[in-house]
Design a protein around this ligand. Structure first.
Ligand code: PLP
Length: 366
């Protein structure tokens, strides 16, 4: 891991000329929703070929100026991350595994031909923003400050090659429960569209993957479902993941299965954390392939008792019903299963500081 010393960067802090009033902020925090309200500040750091990272600033959140020829607007050189800051019962603030986000950000950067950001700088940028905007962290169950670090190609150039200028930005958004309805179990639609193909960008957290998933997701909604599940591109047979969440299958003998990371699945940090927690519970957890046909057969026979999706935004969400062009099946009783609830509670308790952090996952923000 590159240290801060390697970059020689220090942050310039710019005071906000007109911060949000405590009253207006209180109204937002009383009902934060997801992704529609933002804190007063942001971090920006620029990168220029030959110079590296420079001009680290934490200042007022405001629109950014981009040349209309900026490469990101034409060829989608963009990557992002998502993580949360939690207000603990004792009033302290914690981040959950931000180093893992930093490492994944750099793997995404490599795939999108973008410069890597020293991991310590990534984490410091987040810590600085959370500390400055700490009054924006909502309290209470399911609430957090959602952090969105991202990087865009800013060079004005229409030729097709990696850009020579980039901007790294972190913004923050108070968040309540992710699924508006607070639904106990979601229903999902098996898409005929493909999210990721072998050799493609499926393992990178890039905006382009999401742009391509909007039509499949809209189709799922139009058909009355909450989310879309994607199968593999080559055989259209193996279950991969949802548009922005990984999947786990729970069998009646207590074993768990999650699709293996073959390069077309996003390596979720929630997925990885649950692998560890489930093994600690004494459960057998396998990473492997699971077909849609087997899923349907096992759900019908009762061999499969639960399925859940996981990701930072919604943490753990039960899947109750699966529909596709071949028909529909229900998982378990159609509601959230026992193990789904147990694993979710274990993870949330660690994130909120209510259970001991035996894995070094929690990073306190001063
Ligand atoms: C971010 C993301 C996930 C979940 O990753 P977490 O690190 O657990 O938040 C799963 N799938 C896709 C496609 C994603 O972009």
């Amino acid at each position: 891991m590159a240290s801060l010393a390697d970059t020689g960067l220090s942050f310039t802090t710019l005071a906000h000329p007109a911060p949000t009033s405590a009253e207006a902020r209180g109204a937002v925090l009383a009902n934060p929703g997801f992704g529609t309200n933002f804190t007063d500040h942001m971090v920006t750091i620029d990168w220029t070929e030959g110079q590296g990272w420079h001009d680290a600033v934490i200042g007022p959140r405001q629109p950014i100026a981009l040349d209309p020829a900026a490469a990101v607007l034409h060829y989608a050189q963009e990557i992002f991350e998502g993580l949360k800051a939690y207000k603990q019962a004792d009033g302290s603030i914690s981040l959950f595994r931000p180093e893992a986000n930093a490492a994944r950000f750099n793997r995404s950067a490599e795939r999108l031909a973008m410069p890597e950001l020293p991991e310590a700088l990534f984490v410091e940028a987040i810590e600085k923003l959370v500390a400055l905007d700490r009054a924006w962290i909502p309290e209470g169950e399911g609430s957090s400050l959602y952090l969105r670090p991202f990087m865009i190609a800013t060079e004005a150039f229409l030729g097709v090659r990696p850009a020579k200028q980039y901007k790294f930005i972190v913004i923050a958004s108070p968040a309540g429960n992710y699924f508006k309805s607070g639904a106990p179990a979601v229903s999902i639609w098996v898409s005929d569209y493909t999210r990721a193909a072998p050799g493609g960008t499926g393992a990178a957290k890039c905006g382009g993957n999401y742009a391509a998933s909007l039509v499949p997701q809209a189709e799922a909604i139009a058909r009355g479902h909450d989310q879309v599940v994607f199968l593999d591109a080559a055989e259209h047979k193996w279950i991969e993941e949802l548009g922005g969440m990984n999947l786990y299958f729970v069998f009646e003998d207590g074993t768990l299965l999650t699709p293996e990371l073959t390069g077309t699945i996003l390596p979720g940090i929630t997925r990885d954390s649950l692998l560890t927690l489930a093994r600690e519970e004494g459960l057998t957890v396998k990473e492997g392939r699971y077909s849609l046909d087997q899923w349907r057969a096992d759900a019908t026979s009762g061999k499969l008792v639960e399925t859940f999706a996981c990701g930072t935004a919604a943490v753990v969400t039960a899947v109750g019903k699966v529909s596709g062009t071949d028909g529909e099946f229900t998982i378990g009783s159609g509601g959230p299963g026992q193990l789904t609830g147990k694993l979710k509670n274990r993870l949330v308790a660690i994130q909120r500081g209510e259970a001991p952090d035996t894995h070094g996952w929690i990073r306190k923000v001063g």
